[in-house]
Design a protein around this ligand. Structure first.
Ligand SMILES: [Cu+2]
Length: 131
């Protein structure tokens, strides 16, 4: 596909007049007269990890909503994994890890720690609830 930049190069090297360039652009992008949609800024949800829980343990998002998690640990390295959505991250003390949630169909998705962190590691879990 031709990009705007390549069209500009074509116009510059071929000596095309401005009306010709406009015509070419219009044929490449029929909606060229319409303003481009402004990308919606994602909602940020802060999540704290500690032995052996997440706060909040339930994260609610709307279907189709753009959400970025900011993950922090207050004690040691943990993991944050949502196997069903194929996302995970390490969560370290002193560092904020940003994790964009993929858009998901309505439902309940379990998230859990996937970095062994002690005797109750297997209990460290929560739910992402997509409404
Ligand atoms: Cu763990």
């Amino acid at each position: 596909m031709l990009t705007l930049a390549s069209v500009a190069v074509i116009a510059a090297t071929s000596g095309a007049s401005r009306p010709l360039l406009t015509a070419r652009l219009a044929s490449l992008r029929p909606d060229a007269e319409r303003p481009l949609p402004v990308a919606e800024a994602p909602r940020v949800v802060h999540v704290t990890a500690r032995r052996f829980e997440y706060e909040p343990a339930e994260i609610h998002v709307a279907a189709g909503e753009s959400v970025v998690l900011e993950l922090e640990s207050v004690d040691r390295r943990h993991g944050f994994s949502i196997p069903e959505l194929h996302v995970r991250a390490d969560v370290d003390p002193g560092t904020t890890t940003r994790l964009a949630l993929p858009k998901a169909a309505p439902g309940i998705y379990v998230f859990a720690c996937d970095v062994f962190c002690g005797s109750h590691h297997e209990d460290m879990a929560g739910e992402l609830i997509v409404d």
